[in-house]
Write a protein that binds this ligand. Structure first.
Ligand SMILES: [Zn+2]
Length: 442
C-alpha cells in the first residue's frame, strides 16, 4: 500500500490541528484583513476627495472638470459600498463558522435527506441549500449596487425583468454545470483513497478547460447577443492588425453589452479553435476605428507575451496547493470543530470540508492580493508597449482616456491603495509610459 504509507508520512510530518488554533487563526486573519481593508479604503476616499477640486495638470486639456468630479464621487461611493458589503460578508462568515450557522444547517439537511437520498444526495443537497441561502443573502446588496449606485451615476441599463431573468438563467446554468462537477469531486473524495485530492485536482482542471471551450459558444450566448462585426472599414483594420501580429481567431463579434451597462470593453475568449474576439457595442460607439485597433493590439499583446498562458499555469499550480491543503485539513477534526461544525458520525464530511474551505480561504488569500496586482500591472505595461509597436500609441492613449472617463475611473487614486489592489496601473502612469514609447508630435 504505497499511497497509505505516503499519507502516514504526511500525517506524521504535519502536526495535528487543534480546534482552538483553527478558530484563533481565522479570527486573527479576519481581524487583520478588516483593519487593513478599512485603512486602505479610508486612504483612498480621503485622497480622491482632496484632489476633487481640480483636474491634474497633465489632463487639464483633455478631461473636463465635471468628468473628473463625477469620477471622484463614483470612486468614493463605490469604496463606501465596498465597506458596507465587507461588514455584511464578515458578519455572515462569522455567523456561518464560529457562531455555528453551518452546523445548524448541516443538522437540518442531514435529518431531511440522508435516509431518502443517500450520502452523496445528502452532500449535494447541503451544497445546493447553502448556495441558495448565500445567494439570497447577497441579493439585497447586489440590487442596491445595480439599481441605486450604478443607476445614480448613469451606468445601469438593466431592467428589473431582465435582472430577474438573468438570475434564473444563472441559477439554471450554475446547477447544470456545478452539480455534476461537485458530484464528481465528492465521489472522488469518498472513493479515491488518501490521494483523492490529486484526482480531484485533475478533474477540476479538466472541468476548467471544458468551461473555457464552452463559455464563448454555449454559455455567453444565453445572456447576450453576439453578431459578426459588420463595419467593413473596422473589419479590414482589425484583420490587417491580426495578420500583422500572426494571430488567428474564429471570428470577430459585437456583443450587446449596452443592454445591461454603459461600461465598455473588448476581450478575447476561449482557447484553441474556439477563440474569438468580442467587442462591446458600447466600445464601438465610443471609439474611432484607430482607437479600437489600438485596444485590440493591447489585448493581442497579452497573448504575445503569453500572459494568459502564464496566468493559467499559476492558477493550476495554486489549485494543486489548495487541493493538497484541503486533503490534509479534511482529515483534521480540529478543522471542523475550530470552525464551528461538529463532524458527522453517520455520513461523510466531504461537503462540509469543501464548504468550510471555500468560506475561509478568501480571508487568508486576501493577503496575496498585492502580489497578484503587481504582476498584473507589469503585464499591462507590456501589453501597452506591444500595442504601441503594432498600432498607434496616440490612438491607444486617446482610447484609454475615453474609457477611463466613461467608466468614471479616478485619475487621482491613493498610491498605497492602488499599489495594493489595482490590477491595471493608474491612468497617469500608463499614459506616461505610452508617451515615452510614442511621443506626440510637437
Ligand atoms: Zn490589459
Amino acid at each position: 500500500m504505497q499511497t497509505a504509507s505516503l499519507t502516514s508520512v504526511l500525517q506524521a510530518w504535519l502536526p495535528p490541528l487543534p480546534a482552538p488554533v483553527m478558530s484563533a487563526l481565522l479570527a486573527a486573519a479576519l481581524a487583520l484583513s478588516l483593519v487593513l481593508k478599512l485603512w486602505l479604503a479610508s486612504r483612498q476616499v480621503r485622497h480622491v476627495r482632496q484632489h476633487r477640486g481640480a483636474v491634474p495638470a497633465p489632463f487639464a486639456a483633455s478631461v473636463p472638470l465635471g468628468a473628473h468630479q463625477k469620477a471622484a464621487d463614483y470612486t468614493a461611493a463605490n469604496t463606501g459600498f465596498g465597506m458596507l458589503s465587507l461588514a455584511v460578508s464578515s458578519a455572515l462568515l462569522v455567523g456561518w463558522t464560529l457562531l455555528g450557522g453551518l452546523h445548524g444547517l448541516n443538522e437540518w439537511v442531514l435529518d431531511h435527506t440522508l435516509q431518502r437520498f443517500g450520502p452523496l444526495g445528502y452532500q449535494l443537497c447541503l451544497l445546493t441549500v447553502f448556495a441558495l441561502i448565500g445567494g439570497l443573502l447577497d441579493l439585497p446588496l447586489e440590487l442596491y449596487h445595480t439599481f441605486r449606485l450604478e443607476q445614480r451615476f448613469g451606468f445601469n441599463r438593466t431592467t428589473l425583468p431582465l435582472y430577474v431573468a438573468d438570475l434564473f438563467k444563472g441559477l439554471l446554468v450554475g446547477a447544470l454545470i456545478g452539480l455534476p462537477i461537485a458530484a464528481l469531486i465528492l465521489w472522488l473524495m469518498g472513493t479515491a483513497g488518501p490521494l483523492w485530492w490529486l484526482w480531484a485536482w485533475g478533474a477540476w482542471m479538466g472541468f476548467n478547460l471544458l468551461i473555457m471551450v464552452l463559455y464563448p459558444t454555449v454559455i455567453a450566448p444565453l445572456f447576450n447577443k453576439f453578431e459578426p462585426l459588420q463595419d467593413e472599414l473596422l473589419r479590414g483594420r482589425v484583420e490587417a492588425l491580426m495578420a500583422r501580429c500572426g494571430f488567428a481567431a474564429k471570428g470577430l463579434f459585437v456583443m450587446d453589452g449596452s443592454r445591461r451597462s454603459a461600461h465598455g470593453n473588448a476581450y478575447f475568449t476561449g482557447i484553441g479553435a474556439a477563440k474569438r474576439v468580442v467587442f462591446f457595442d458600447t466600445l464601438l460607439q465610443r471609439l474611432h476605428p484607430g482607437e479600437v485597433e489600438a485596444v485590440l493590439a493591447h489585448e493581442l499583446g497579452h497573448f504575445k507575451h503569453r500572459h494568459v498562458l502564464k496566468r493559467m499555469v499559476s492558477l493550476f499550480a495554486l489549485s494543486l496547493l489548495g487541493f493538497a491543503l484541503l486533503g490534509w485539513l479534511s482529515t483534521q477534526v480540529g478543522f471542523y470543530v475550530g470552525l464551528g461544525v461538529q463532524p458527522n458520525m453517520a455520513a461523510p464530511n466531504d461537503a462540509l470540508a469543501l464548504l468550510l474551505f471555500m468560506l475561509v480561504l478568501p480571508v487568508f488569500s486576501f493577503f496575496l492580493t498585492p502580489i497578484a496586482a503587481q504582476r498584473s500591472r507589469r503585464d499591462e505595461f507590456q501589453a501597452d508597449a506591444y500595442a504601441c509597436a503594432q498600432s498607434s500609441g496616440q490612438d491607444l492613449a486617446n482610447a484609454l482616456l475615453k474609457l477611463h472617463e466613461d467608466n468614471a475611473g479616478t485619475l487621482t487614486p491613493d498610491p498605497v491603495y492602488a499599489g495594493f489592489y489595482y490590477s491595471h496601473p493608474p491612468a497617469s502612469e500608463r499614459l506616461a509610459a505610452i508617451e515615452r514609447l510614442s511621443p506626440r508630435p510637437a
